[in-house]
Design a protein around this ligand. Structure first.
Ligand SMILES: C[S@@+](CC[C@H](N)C(=O)[O-])C[C@H]1O[C@@H](n2cnc3c(N)ncnc32)[C@H](O)[C@@H]1O
Length: 210
């Protein structure tokens, strides 16, 4: 998807990411602080958007941010500055990282795999760049369980949602993609945000270890 041609949708997406940041911190902040906050050395964050995760990095960590959409960059830098993060932004797709094999101590990707064109390739790239024993932290919204009202809603809304939100797939079975490899070990917790989450209420959060 050519993000440069999606300018108003990108601005809307950036606004929405900022508007939902407080709710995101309230529901996932503890887990992010625990996992992201324990990362050291060089961490590659893929698709950081407007920088919701910047507050969780420990001081001294170098963060390489892979963010293909320039509309996000100004807010991303502002968040990094506000939280004292040593940030380098690269305007690239997560499917093809210009990062050496086994060079990253950690990889972070939150609300990412729903919107990339080739999620399996992004997972493979995260694995390639991680040092042995390194952690990939993820949180993703996913398809609703079969035969639920929410699943029916997702079927109806998948196309307009995808158009409005720069290619986001609301009914992706991301757990299966993560479990398909190549990570040696995957730890996934599922969650349901309830009615407040509307038709994107189901999700997963966890880590994959190389
Ligand atoms: C839904 S936003 C999530 C932003 C942030 N990670 C968060 O948790 O709020 C998805 C982000 O992934 C970026 N993105 C889209 N396609 C991508 C790709 N192929 N590789 C890397 N990032 C991508 C988008 O520009 C956007 O910033």
């Amino acid at each position: 998807m050519d993000l440069a041609k999606q300018k108003w949708r990108s601005r809307f997406e950036a606004w929405l990411l900022d508007a939902s940041a407080d709710a995101n911190h309230a529901t996932q902040g503890d887990r992010k602080a625990e996992v992201i906050g324990a990362m050291t050395g060089t961490v590659v964050e893929i698709g950081p958007g407007t920088g919701v995760n910047m507050r969780y990095y420990a001081s001294g960590v170098k963060v390489i941010a892979i963010e293909p959409n320039p509309v996000m960059h100004q807010r991303l830098h502002a968040q990094a500055d506000a939280h004292g993060v040593d940030l380098e932004v690269r305007t690239l797709q997560g499917e093809h990282l210009d990062v050496d094999d086994q060079s990253a101590d950690g990889v972070v990707g939150t609300l990412l795999l729903c919107g990339v064109e080739e999620p399996q390739q992004v997972i493979a790239e995260a694995h390639r760049i991680l040092k042995p024993g390194g952690t990939y932290f993820f949180t993703e919204h996913v398809e609703a369980p079969p035969s639920t009202r929410t699943r029916g809603l997702q079927r109806v809304l998948r196309r307009p949602h995808r158009w409005l939100f720069n290619g986001c797939r609301i009914d992706q079975d991301t757990a299966s993609l993560l479990r398909a490899g190549p990570f040696a070990s995957i730890d996934i917790d599922e969650y349901d945000r309830g009615a407040a989450g509307l038709y994107v209420r189901h999700g997963l959060i966890g880590t994959a270890t190389k």
